[in-house]
Design a protein around this ligand. Structure first.
Ligand code: FES
Length: 167
């Protein structure tokens, strides 16, 4: 008889440990999968959002273009509406974020009659040049962000926000 014979007690221990481990893994896997699900989702940060703005209608006068996209925040999905100030500068299309770089109010084009060629933030009288550069001496300490732009079938598409490259 071999010296390495498995006793009945050892056999039961191995079998119960194996079956118990298998059952525990079967119960834990769905929970772990649920807990880390947002991490496993593919991100759409680089995606462009199609707007209803026709490229041909964009002029040198900034217009407010609003757009809606689905925002995923962990397990919560919601439709978010955002906007951009869009105009043509030569052949280039410029899309600026309307979010003031002071405290986050919304800036408007030419709403300050004293400065009809600038963006104006009414919260604290912040001003920006047409290219988004903040006007020295007003509260904002940085230029407006810009959106990446693209075209699809004659319509404007907006990508992610990046730091202003026009100012
Ligand atoms: S939030 Fe725009 S100037 Fe203060």
């Amino acid at each position: 008889m071999s010296k390495n014979r498995v006793t009945r007690r050892q056999f039961l221990n191995y079998t119960l440990t194996g079956v118990g481990g298998f059952m525990a893994a079967g119960m834990l896997m769905p929970m772990v999968r649920f807990a880390i699900d947002p991490v496993l989702q593919t991100k759409a940060d680089g995606d462009f959002i199609l707007t209803s703005q026709k490229i041909a209608d964009i002029t040198e006068e900034p217009v407010n273009v609003s757009f809606t996209f689905e925002q995923v925040d962990a397990w919560y999905k919601s439709d978010v509406t955002d906007a951009a100030w869009v105009y043509k500068s030569g052949d280039e299309i410029v899309a600026l974020s309307p979010v003031c770089k002071h405290l986050g109010c919304t800036v408007n084009w030419a709403s300050d009659s004293a400065h009809p060629d600038q963006f104006y933030c009414a919260c604290h009288a912040g001003r920006y040049e047409k290219n988004g550069q903040n006007v020295a001496g007003t509260p904002p300490l940085g230029p407006l962000d810009q959106y990446e732009v693209a075209e699809k079938d004659g319509f404007l598409m907006l990508g992610k926000k990046i730091s202003n490259t026009f100012s």
